[in-house]
Design a protein around this ligand. Structure first.
Ligand code: HEM
Ligand code: HEM
Length: 182
């Protein structure tokens, strides 16, 4: 993680930020324009591509956006919750489960969207129903994700969406000291 001249640290690199906001825009587009038309299918497949690129990027990098930091752990999650959910510089152990759920749902939507148009499933409503169910689950998950981001932003007096835009955060020691003063 690189320190910047103003004392902040660079947490999210350009690829992570671009993948995040690109994925968010594509998912919203597909949830709104949900008639399965050309744009819907294109946005859905590009969203799948974004998830794949993001995972490859994680495999090639270290730091908060890298693979090690993205590996969820039940032990870490319980320790995090027992410790009163302290501020995390990268993803917090609880939020990490949601990150994987969001990615998994997008991949499954791509798969079921593709399957729903195969001759083998012509007239079979089950694949379509599964696609619709996955989309509903994604919508609820996104709401929980944004809610979680809002709660942690308030709790830590830190604008997490702004950090996902700029890539920068206050270093850990400084954040701890500020919270101690409140
Ligand atoms: C982020 C990815 C995606 C999301 C969030 C999404 C979401 C949705 C939603 C909400 C619906 C309406 C379901 C309903 O009838 O209630 C739908 C329908 C559909 N989607 Fe997707 N989708 C995604 C990706 C894809 C992909 C990659 C394809 C590729 C072929 C696809 C093909 C279709 C088709 C054919 C329909 C059915 C339209 C109809 O006849 O009712 N989707 N999708
Ligand atoms: C459809 C909408 C969205 C999807 C699918 C989505 C998905 C994700 C994913 C996959 C990550 C992990 C990023 C990575 O490591 O590559 C993430 C992180 C994050 N998202 Fe979203 N997101 C969405 C909307 C939003 C919105 C609207 C906001 C702002 C209000 C937001 C704020 C954040 C923040 C701040 C993080 C980093 C969390 C942290 O500090 O640990 N997201 N999101």
């Amino acid at each position: 993680m690189s320190a910047l001249p103003d004392g902040h640290v660079r947490v999210w690199d350009r690829v992570v930020r671009l993948c995040h906001w690109g994925l968010a825009a594509l998912v919203v587009l597909d949830l709104v324009r949900d008639d399965g038309d050309w744009w819907h299918r294109l946005a859905g497949y590009v969203a799948v591509g974004v998830v794949v690129v993001r995972c490859l990027w994680a495999a090639l990098h270290r730091g908060p956006g890298g693979w090690r930091a993205l590996t969820p752990s039940i032990g870490d999650t319980l320790t995090y919750l027992r410790g009163g959910a302290p501020r995390a510089l990268g993803h917090n152990p609880l939020g990490l489960w949601m990150v994987w759920l969001l990615w998994l749902l997008v991949l499954l939507l791509g798969l079921t969207g593709w399957m729903s148009r195969l001759d083998a499933f012509w007239g079979d409503e089950r694949v379509h129903d599964l696609h619709a169910w996955l989309a509903d689950t994604l919508m609820v998950s996104v709401a929980l994700h944004v809610g979680g981001v809002a709660v942690m932003s308030w709790r830590w007096r830190e604008n997490l969406p702004a950090a996902m835009l700029s890539g920068r955060k206050r270093p850990q020691a400084e954040a701890r000291a500020e919270r101690g003063r409140k």
